[in-house]
Design a protein around this ligand. Structure first.
Ligand SMILES: Cc1cc2nc3c(=O)[nH]c(=O)nc-3n(C[C@H](O)[C@H](O)[C@H](O)COP(=O)(O)O)c2cc1C
Length: 441
């Protein structure tokens, strides 16, 4: 797809384009940093046609998906694809890695979000909160997500977020973890709708003068047999929310079972009914269990959602936004990056973590994250590589292991699925909310 006239129904103007600071990279899809050591690699950019090729009107075959880019208030996203907050994982370095992996047209992620942030922590300048909220020019557009239950405090947090670079502020109404829900935050807000709507009103009041949109991310409900999102989401919109992200599970489910597409579709319809004027209305973003680009298409087709948020799928395939955007905008599938490229992605990620945080942070993270990256290296059969990275003493040794892997060492192995050493205090300290990350089966 190469021009506006090929894409009636797709708004291309005014989107958030890649920063000029990023250099076009001939060997990679789209753009990369000078310090990405990818220049010696070549990537086959021939895409293969997929069965759901868009027709000239910009609709996927069958007319199922009108591909209109997302707008949160007046803020337009370049694509309808978002990186989910995953506490302890979607740090600044990872967000930048995901952003770099773009389709041939230079697009991929439309919006990435910080992990959940405590307004109290931000306001008193706690080092952990400030690290979690860290962003920079390469991390745009960025959402900052707040959790809590005190409307005034949340509003102060929202103002802090705007003053520190947030393009969007999101309220967490989906976290199922006791530490958060016991204080009425996260998905507990689904049970106390008056407070949920008051938080939205209070935040919108402070955000509106800055033109920054407020969004909410929620679950279908607390109890499996009591879906409240389809009732609550329209009320949050009435209170001023510019978009709703809905994870298709309940709090009772946590991360078990299959994501409920019908439940997401009901929220889409309920929010749609609140909108009567002209224009595209309030977007609902579907979330849950996206493992591949085709799942994005399926989520949009089955639920009618306007955009898709991807979490765990991106932890092992940070190029998933590139794939999904290319698929939904052209109907074509991109080939999977080679293992060499995947190794360079890991290398760049470790270096960025050390650059933006500390050497120790980079090592703690790569030791636990290599199992996620490893799921997509050599078809998941890379036990020796994962073990060697996990046991590396420092970043130089991680680089050396990656070099040796590329040279043919540490090949194969399927059984190993995590670090052998017991986690140290520092491992969990950086993810104070979620103790572990449930696998996507
Ligand atoms: C370990 C972990 C941490 C998470 N942290 C957050 C968070 O900080 N804020 C949030 O809104 N959702 C959080 N989530 C939920 C994800 O954003 C997402 O809704 C969920 O993982 C389902 O999407 P997925 O199947 O694409 O991963 C977290 C999920 C996991 C597994």
């Amino acid at each position: 797809m190469d021009g506006q006239d090929e894409q009636d129904g797709i708004e291309l103007e005014g989107g958030f384009e890649p920063k000029p600071a990023l250099a076009p990279c001939p060997f990679f899809f789209g753009y990369c940093f000078p310090f990405f050591n990818l220049s010696t690699l070549s990537l086959h950019v021939n895409s293969t046609q997929c069965s759901t090729r868009p027709n000239r009107s910009g609709l996927v075959a069958g007319g199922l998906i009108p591909l209109v880019l997302l707008k949160f208030g007046n803020f337009q996203l370049a694509t309808p694809l978002m990186l989910a907050p995953i506490a302890g994982y979607c740090d600044l370095a990872f967000r930048i890695i995901c952003r770099q992996l773009t389709a041939p047209d230079g697009k991929g992620i439309g919006l990435a979000c910080t992990d959940l942030l405590s307004p109290q922590g931000l306001l008193r300048g706690s080092a952990t909160s400030l690290d979690l909220a860290a962003t920079n020019d390469l991390d745009k557009p960025v959402g900052m997500q707040l959790y809590g239950a005190d409307p005034a405090m949340m509003a102060e947090g929202a103002l802090w977020a705007v003053e520190h670079g947030a393009n969007v502020v999101d309220i967490n109404m989906g976290c199922p973890v006791d530490k958060v829900t016991k204080k009425d935050g996260g998905s507990r807000l689904l049970c106390i709708p008056d407070i949920a709507t008051e938080i939205v009103r209070a935040c919108v009041r402070v955000l509106e003068p800055h033109g920054v949109p407020l969004t909410c991310k929620m679950r279908l409900g607390w109890f499996n047999d009591h879906p409240v999102a389809e009732w609550l989401a329209p009320r949050l919109v009435d209170a001023g929310a510019c978009a709703i992200t809905i994870h298709g599970r309940t709090t009772e489910q946590k991360f078990q079972g299959e994501v409920n597409h019908d439940g997401i579709a009901r929220v889409v319809q309920a929010v749609g009914r609140t909108h009567h004027g002209p224009g595209p209305g309030i977007p609902v973003i579907g979330n849950g269990d996206i493992r591949a680009a085709a799942d994005v298409l399926a989520m949009m087709e089955r639920t009618g959602c306007a955009g898709v948020m991807i979490g765990r799928g991106a932890l092992s395939a940070p190029w998933i936004f590139r794939d999904a955007w290319h698929l939904i905008s052209t109907g074509e599938s991109l080939p999977e990056p080679t293992d060499e490229i995947k190794i360079e992605i890991i290398r760049s990620y470790v270096d960025l973590m050390a650059r933006y945080r500390t050497e120790q942070y980079a090592m703690v993270q790569i030791r636990r994250r290599i199992t996620w990256f490893g799921k997509r290296i050599n078809g998941g059969a890379c036990k020796r590589l994962k073990r060697a990275v996990s046991e590396a003493a420092d970043r130089a040794e991680v680089h050396s292991v990656l070099d040796r892997y590329l040279a043919g060492e540490f090949r194969g192995g399927r059984d190993w699925d995590g670090p052998t050493a017991a986690p140290r205090a520092a491992d969990s300290a950086d993810s104070p909310i979620y103790a572990e990350t449930p696998a996507l089966s």
